[in-house]
Design a protein around this ligand. Structure first.
Ligand code: C2E
Ligand code: MG
Ligand code: MG
Length: 435
């Protein structure tokens, strides 16, 4: 009997057959069709690769077989057991009181695998983690059961391993993982929108450039701002893909405006740490400019100090490479977090963006006004291209003018605008009221 046929009849406990994700989903579907509820358990051996590396694959296979028989022995009641993706196992239980039994069996298994596994007289110790998810009619989608068990497994590992976790939507880590899944989907479904916040020259009221700010157009929750999701994107493996998409879309949009005959302005894009250090970053920038036949002066990049705190030399090199393409680099959020005058002075930034921190309470706090004036004077002496962020009222605007700055960005002059509204503004090129 060939292995595919064996798999097709969903016969469990084939020690040497490993089921794929797709096959597992088919098996789960079959079980769901026949039962109102199921409990799904995933078992994962931590760092199993190390066993293969140290003792060889044959030995590794025997360890896998041994663990399979231990799991089988403990979870032998009503259910099926599968080897999955090489070194994981999946148990499907369709009993009415499945979950209570599963918990006590999981505790038993975790205690049992603490004993060394003996093969050819050689004892190996392994760490096992367990993720559990439940499916019952109407509460979740069949395809989610597997993914939810994997998320619970991740949680078990993040808590140090050697434990079991049951999937629960309310858990923080689970929420994060779910959000990451939704964001990945959102990228694929094109649910992200570019917003544009003008950067004005207050000497003549013209828009000199604009910052690109991302928004998520969520099906249910409406427009979501980046502080709710940008960190999750940056922490996940699609952060680079997302970042490249933002740069590409910005250049594409800029080219469209140019083709419509609007006055060309640079668009300033925020860059994450992962993107900045990605080995393909510079070549991607080059390709995107080429693709849209866009002159490099119409793209600017904003980075924050967090990015280069650990590897100053590497950061310096990357900044030089970006600049050699003709793209300007701005130091964003200066005045917050880890800002240091040393890096503002010694790294070759074209632009420094001063955070709204400098303007907070400037209306009431005389001492802060005086101190800020001194800092502003110093900053002007090290960089003559400074943008003041976060101007919300006229007192702040006046203060900025008094200090001799003319490039500003803030809600007083314009909120970040959706593409068509920004386009209207660009056509008129005059200040709008808050929207
Ligand atoms: P940021 O780069 O410092 O962007 C400026 C933020 O300040 C924006 O918030 C903007 O709406 C807000 N802002 C502008 N004027 C004012 C004002 O007068 N008062 C106040 N209180 N806020 C003002 P937003 O759009 O929510 O973005 C937050 C942060 O998310 C950005 O901070 C940036 O760090 C990040 N971000 C946004 N888009 C992207 C992106 O495409 N990629 C990456 N990696 N990060 C992004
Ligand atoms: Mg920014
Ligand atoms: Mg900023």
């Amino acid at each position: 009997m060939n292995s595919n046929f064996e798999k097709k009849i969903f016969k469990p406990n084939f020690y040497n057959l490993s089921y794929s994700f797709k096959e597992m989903n088919l098996i789960i579907d079959e079980n769901i069709k026949r039962n109102d509820s199921i409990v799904l358990v995933i078992f994962d051996i931590e760092n199993f690769k190390d066993i293969n590396t140290i003792y060889g694959y044959d030995f590794g296979n025997l360890v896998l077989d041994k663990i399979m028989s231990i799991i089988k022995e403990i979870y032998s009641s009503n259910g099926s057991l599968f080897r999955f993706c090489g070194d994981k196992y999946v148990h499907i239980n369709c009993e009415k009181k499945g979950i209570d039994n599963i918990i006590s069996m999981s505790e038993k298994l975790l205690t049992r695998v603490k004993e060394p596994i003996i093969i050819y007289g050689q004892g190996v110790c392994i760490t096992l983690s367990i993720g559990i998810s439940l499916y019952s009619n109407h509460t979740s989608h069949p395809q989610d059961v597997m993914q939810q068990a994997e998320i619970a497994l991740e949680q078990a590992k993040e808590e140090g391993g050697s434990c079991y976790k049951i999937f629960n939507k309310q858990n923080n880590l689970i929420k994060k993982k779910l959000l990451a899944m939704d964001l990945k989907k959102a990228l694929y479904m094109k649910q992200f929108l570019l917003y544009f916040q003008p950067q004005f020259n207050i000497d003549n009221g013209s828009i000199e450039s604009a910052e690109v700010l991302i928004r998520w157009k969520h099906e249910i929750e409406g427009l979501i701002k980046p502080d709710k999701f940008i960190k999750i994107i940056e922490e996940n493996n699609f952060g680079i893909e997302f970042g490249n998409w933002v740069i590409r879309e910005s250049c594409r949009q800029n080219m469209i405006w140019r083709q419509k005959g609007l006055q060309p302005i640079p668009l300033s894009v925020n860059i994450s740490q992962g993107q900045f250090y990605d080995k393909n970053f510079i070549s991607n920038l080059e390709n995107i400019l080429l693709e849209f036949d866009l002159e490099p002066e119409y793209l600017q990049l904003e980075i924050t100090e967090r990015i280069f705190i650990d590897s100053y030399e590497r950061a310096l090199n990357i900044i030089k490479n970006i600049k050699s393409l003709g793209i300007k680099v701005a130091l964003d959020d200066f005045g917050t977090g880890n800002s240091s005058l040393i890096s503002a002075m010694s790294l070759p930034f074209d632009i420094i963006k001063l955070d709204k921190f400098f303007l907070n309470n400037i209306e009431y706090d005389l001492r802060k006004r005086q101190q800020t004036t001194v800092i502003f004077k110093f900053l002007k002496s090290i960089n003559d291209n400074i943008i003041i962020e976060g101007i919300e009222n006229n007192t702040q605007l006046e203060f900025v003018k008094e200090n001799g700055f003319n490039k500003v960005q803030g809600f007083l002059l314009s909120q970040p605008l959706e593409c068509s509204n920004f386009e209207k503004l660009l056509k008129q090129n005059k200040v709008v009221e808050e929207i």
